[in-house]
Write a protein that binds this ligand. Structure first.
Ligand code: C2E
Ligand code: MG
Ligand code: MG
Length: 698
């Protein structure tokens, strides 16, 4: 490789001698450039490409140390040899101190030593530079990695720490240097909490790499503990002799936390943090094992919230999620710590209860839950009411494993729903038969609309003073091809559960309005028609618009339509209900609160809902004639309705004596078998024509 040498001297003879000897040199080849002035030299150097400089300290434009200093400042990496007269050796030495690579004595330029030393200094400079860069690179690398690195000598004393090691141990490099590794990097076993030998010591003894036992804890200088993972290795010199050791370690606290978090997530529900299905199955299996050994029993409670879907649909998932969290909290307070509450997804919860002696004890927990959920939940300005239906299965009476226990509890839960919700049912073996029947009904319901198997029956509402028919309630009947006439109690809950109630309800509304309009057109006086609206319909978006469309299409006047909504449905979210009711009210439709007295209701809302009619539930009316009944509730409701200027309709009037009582309390209207059973459309038309004789005779 050719080296380019810049000779700077005003002495032409010296320049010539040097050039000659360099050109001839075996160590070459050298390319020679010669300038006489420092300023020319500096300009040449700026262009680059010079590998070494030979400079005379006295130049036409510069003298002495100054000459060197300027060159050195310009090209600190390029080796510089000075050319000095023998008497100037002191100066030459000083220049060496300041960074020159050496000097050549004038008068000896002709020897082979000149090219040789030039070659040497160029070589040495290159090696130095490479080493420097390598060291820099290593240092920067070690300081930029997040792993801590500590180096020790043969005695196990620290001689190096990178930045991460400084942060993790709390020792600074300079402080730590010379201290034993066991002091700078104190470690203990995470399980036994006993001091552990530092792996560096083992590496130095055995001269081979080592990994550290899992679960090692580093004690920082400030006493804090950090979980670490590490490995150590010996360092060898060029002869393969061990000269020390390096240990590399990192903080695994975050990784450990992440592992724990993942494990938690795998077994818990993200929304409520309750155990999930996986963990529950585990716990049930354990509980079964324990129950076997101790000869005790256990119960599995399957809960499904009764009206969650409507709340979720009408108010959105964010509120739905908060409601589930609120429910979860209450459930936790209903059971012992040893019991397990899990969320199965959606609005379903399963609770494992260990029972000491009698399986029936599980009903205490079920009662507690029904009570705990009865109070409203206040969420984002909404007062939400949600109830739950609970099915209970018991080990070993109902099933022997987790899966079957949960399945049977689920079946019992469906029974609880059919029994009117907000109650609990123990599993009975015939429920599985019923569950199958339920599925069959659901499948047939899906086709019933198309096959036109639905009809409406009409039951008159009667003015108790005059005996005149004021209107009718439309009641749905399913003419089942095999089972005959089916009453709504048998299929409406199923239709609600699977959402079919929405299209069915739309059909009812249209049919009732069209029929009533038809009677009007025929000159009969049907008054208003009352249509029952289920929770799902009421909370659906677009319900109000649908009602408006049906009225427009059928031509029925809005005041001739009355919508019956149960108290329970209205109370689920009073704020939302008020808004929907108001829109209907503005349209001119009449509103009735159905089954009044059977649900949970607060007077303040009763006052606030724009309701026209209160329908007293038939159970209270029937109570009038019974042995213990004194009709006090009926009297109260009538008084309440009067004070709120709501019309009161008594349902389920069956006897003359009930009628007399109602009249004595000034109840406006009545409905019941005493006046008429629900009738088919034609029969009802006939009744409209003739009127009801029951009251006339009174
Ligand atoms: P509801 O709205 O309280 O309807 C009154 C129920 O009482 C009717 O039962 C009716 O036949 C019955 N009833 C009337 N007078 C007497 C009486 O003197 N004594 C006795 N013991 N019962 C009487 P039905 O038709 O079986 O309907 C039951 C429930 O099904 C209704 O209760 C209503 O909530 C629901 N339902 C009926 N039709 C529809 C409908 O089209 N859509 C929806 N969503 N629900 C409906
Ligand atoms: Mg009704
Ligand atoms: Mg009713």
């Amino acid at each position: 490789m050719t080296n380019r040498i810049l000779i700077i001297t005003g002495d032409a003879t010296d320049a010539k001698t040097l050039e000659d000897v360099l050109r001839k040199a075996k160590d070459g080849p050298f390319d020679i450039e010669w300038v006489t002035r420092l300023s020319d030299a500096l300009e040449r150097l700026r262009a680059g490409g010079i590998d070494a400089i030979l400079v005379d300290m006295s130049l036409p434009d510069s003298r002495g140390i100054e000459t060197f200093d300027q060159l050195f400042a310009a090209v600190p990496q390029t080796p510089i040899l000075t050319l000095s007269a023998e008497e100037d050796e002191a100066l030459a030495m000083e220049v060496v101190q300041r960074g020159s690579q050496g000097f050549l004595s004038k008068g000896h330029f002709g020897t082979y030593l000149v090219p040789q030393s030039l070659r040497n200094i160029i070589q040495r400079k290159l090696v130095e530079e490479t080493l420097y860069i390598e060291k820099e690179r290593a240092e920067i690398t070690l300081n930029s990695i997040s792993d801590a690195v500590i180096g020790t000598d043969m005695a196990g004393n620290v001689d190096y720490l990178n930045l991460a090691a400084e942060t993790m141990t709390g020792w600074e490099k300079e402080e730590a240097r010379g201290h034993p590794i066991s002091e700078v990097m104190q470690i203990i076993n995470g399980a036994t909490l006993k001091a552990e030998p530092n792996p560096v010591e083992l590496v130095l003894q055995q001269n081979k790499p080592m990994g550290l036992a899992a679960g090692t804890i580093l004690i920082r200088r400030d006493g804090n503990k950090v979980a670490i993972e590490d490995s150590a290795a010996p360092i060898h010199d060029s002869n393969g002799q061990i000269r020390g050791a390096v240990i590399v370690f990192h903080d695994i606290t975050a990784a450990k936390e992440m592992t724990l978090k993942m494990a938690h997530l795998a077994q818990h529900d993200f929304l409520t943090s309750l155990p999930n299905r996986v963990l529950l199955n585990d716990r049930i299996a354990q509980a079964i094992g324990l129950a076997e050994r101790r000869d005790t029993t256990l119960a599995v409670l399957f809960l499904d919230l009764d009206n969650f879907k409507h709340i979720n649909d009408s108010l959105g998932h964010a509120i739905g999620d908060k409601l589930l969290q609120s429910v979860a909290k209450r459930l936790v307070n209903c059971v012992r710590n040893s019991d397990t509450i899990s969320r199965q997804g959606g609005d379903e919860f399963v609770i494992l209860v260990s029972v000491e002696k009698h399986a029936e004890d599980a009903s205490l927990t079920a009662d507690k839950i029904l009570n705990a959920l009865a109070a409203p939940h206040f969420i984002d300005g909404h007062e939400l009411h949600v109830t739950t239906s609970i099915g209970i299965s018991v080990y070993p009476a109902d099933a022997y494993n987790a899966e079957a226990l949960i399945k049977n509890a689920d079946t019992a839960m469906y029974q609880a729903k059919e029994n009117g919700r907000n109650n609990y049912q123990f599993f009975k073996s015939d429920m599985n038969v019923r569950a199958v029947e339920r599925q069959v009904i659901e499948a047939q319901l899906r086709q019933a609309l198309e096959r036109q198997e639905f009809v409406l029956h009409y039951q008159p509402k009667v003015n108790l003073d005059t005996g005149m028919i004021t209107g009718a309630e439309a009641l749905l009947r399913w003419i089942h091809p095999e089972l005959g006439v089916m009453l709504p109690d048998r299929f409406v809950p199923i239709a609600e559960a699977c959402g079919l109630i929405v299209p069915i309800g739309r059909w009812v509304l249209r049919e009732a309005c069209a029929q009533t309009k038809g009677w009007e057109d025929a000159g009969l006086k049907p008054g208003s028609v009352a249509v029952n609206i289920s929770a799902l319909e009421f909370s659906r978006k677009g319900f109000v618009e649908y009602v408006r469309d049906v009225l427009n299409e059928t031509g029925l006047a809005p005041r001739c339509l009355q919508l019956e909504i149960t108290e329970t449905v209205l109370m689920r979210d009073a704020k939302f209900s008020t808004a929907v009711l108001q829109q209907l009210k503005n349209m001119g439709v009449q509103l009735a609160m159905d089954d009044f007295g059977t649900g949970y209701s607060s007077l303040s809302y009763l006052h606030q809902f724009p309701i026209d009619v209160l329908k007293i539930d038939q159970s209270f009316v029937q109570d009038i004639g019974s042995r213990n009944g004194n009709g006090i509730i009926v009297s109260t409701v009538i008084a309440l309705g009067t004070s709120f200027k709501q019309q009161v309709v008594a349902e389920g009037v069956e006897e003359q004596m009930q009628l007399a009582f109602l009249k004595s309390r000034n109840c406006a209207e009545g409905q019941g078998y005493f006046f008429s059973r629900p009738l088919g459309a034609e029969q009802f038309a006939a009744l409209l024509a003739t009127g009801i004789s029951a009251i006339v005779g009174h």
